[in-house]
Design a protein around this ligand. Structure first.
Ligand code: PLP
Length: 426
């Protein structure tokens, strides 16, 4: 068979793009060679519907060992009682929780998408908003922090069956204990989607939501630094929020409900090559250097937020407790949209994404914000002392979005800078 030159040439170009640019998308990261080797391994050839020891296909003895290793390592990282490593993505992990906990039409409460929430927490174009009744809480306009009083008030009035904490663009620590208290008062399931800060939590640098929530979901590819995928976890004491009875009246524990919601509920065969890559990433997360890495991610984010503020940019909530920050461009460039800013930065080989800011005056297609995250640049070995220089490059581009000469010379500086940093430095 002929080699597929078309695709491999494009992959080479993408590899070059990743090597030469500054990657600031908050949900992205670079995985180690070992994670990539596992993800590209022969395991992609194998069907393994079911779970370790209970498969619908023969020849799963090695697959079982791999999936069980992923399960054991993940439990150890987060001190979990039960986990499922099969969700193909974060959205599918969330879908499985909805399937296990709600009936179509049931009410649930999540953070407003335009205030930092995620599509799968109730957007009207997503399964969550299409099949269930989505209610939303906001961040406060003045502080940029979650409006817990509003959350409590909506929960008490509407009595949703599920409350979700977690976000795609929220830079602050959560008050999980407070949300758990309100969930207990109304008999709701409390789910935390820790997709963004999971790596920082794994390193012990942010609160572990498994101590507060009935169910926790995550992606594995953002701060956690594994392959693209999802996971579901349950902590030590929170197996079954309904006592012994599920809403359907069956005596079935939450973990069994979640296992069957993942397979056969929302998925068929698991991606065992990705599960092997997850296991490798989990092993990396259990090593002492991982704490140094995540500590550096946080330091880089704090330094970046400070440098942006010093240059006159407004950061929502005034700073960051994690790896990301949300910039309201209107404070410095009232006429510049997030879309224009993203396009100009990409031309300078700096990758970030436009993002709604809370109470945005523009549409999601234009936006007034940019979201930045520091996981990927930290993986390449960048330290906090360079974050000021990176912010200078960003500021130069945003001050000259129409000036191709300035943008080209900035791209040259970016490429020269990134020559000093290998793809994976940890
Ligand atoms: C909070 C949150 N949950 C879920 C997801 C969905 O993950 P995936 O893209 O793997 O479906 C994301 C992705 O950005 C996210 O930010």
């Amino acid at each position: 068979m002929k080699q597929d030159e078309l695709i491999f040439n494009i992959i080479n170009k993408e590899n070059n793009r990743q090597l030469t640019g500054i990657e600031l998308i908050a949900s992205e990261n670079f995985v180690s060679d070992e994670v990539r080797r596992a993800a590209g391994s022969v395991l992609t050839n194998k069907y393994a519907e079911g779970y370790p020891g209970k498969r619908y296909y023969g020849g799963c003895q090695f697959i079982d060992e791999i999936e069980q290793t992923a399960i054991d390592r993940l439990k150890q990282i987060f001190n979990a009682e039960w986990v499922n490593v099969q969700p193909h993505s974060g959205a599918q992990a969330n879908m499985a929780v909805f399937l296990a906990c709600l009936r179509p039409g049931d009410k649930f409460l999540g953070l407003n998408l335009s205030h930092g929430g995620h599509l799968s927490h109730g957007s009207p174009v997503n399964f969550s908003g299409l099949n269930y009744t989505a209610l939303e809480y906001n961040v406060q306009e003045t502080t940029g922090y979650v409006d817990y009083e509003q959350l409590d008030a909506i929960a008490l009035k509407e009595k949703p069956k599920l409350i979700i904490a977690g976000a795609s663009a929220y830079s602050r620590e959560w008050d999980y204990a407070r949300i758990r208290r309100i969930a207990d008062r109304i008999g709701a399931v409390f789910m935390v989607d820790m997709a963004h800060p999971a790596g920082l939590i794994a390193a012990g640098l942010l609160k572990n939501p498994l101590q507060y929530a009935h169910i926790v979901t995550s992606t594995t590819h953002k701060t956690l630094r594994g392959p693209r995928g999802g996971i579901i976890l349950i902590g030590k004491d929170f197996e079954n929020p309904w006592g012994k009875k599920t809403p359907k009246g069956e005596i079935k524990m939450m973990s069994a409900l979640l296992d069957s919601a993942v397979f056969p509920g929302v998925q068929g065969g698991p991606l065992e090559h990705i599960i092997a890559a997850k296991a490798v990433a989990f092993s990396e997360a259990l090593q002492p250097e991982y704490i140094d890495y995540q500590t550096q991610v946080k330091k880089n984010a704090a330094a970046m937020a400070k440098a942006l503020i010093d240059k006159g940019y407004k950061i929502i909530s005034g700073g960051t407790d994690n790896h990301l920050m949300l910039v309201d461009l209107r404070s410095k460039f009232p006429d510049l949209t997030g879309k224009q800013a993203e396009i100009a930065l990409v031309k300078a080989d700096i990758t970030a994404n436009k993002n709604m800011v809370p109470f945005d005056s523009r549409s999601p297609f234009l936006t007034s914000g940019l979201r930045f995250g520091t996981s990927a640049v930290t993986t390449r070995g960048i330290k906090e002392t360079l974050m000021g220089e990176i912010v200078d490059l960003i500021d130069t581009v945003l001050s000259h979005v129409e000036n191709d000469t300035v943008i080209r010379s900035t791209a040259e500086k970016v490429n020269a800078m990134m020559k000093n940093y290998p793809l994976f430095a940890w």
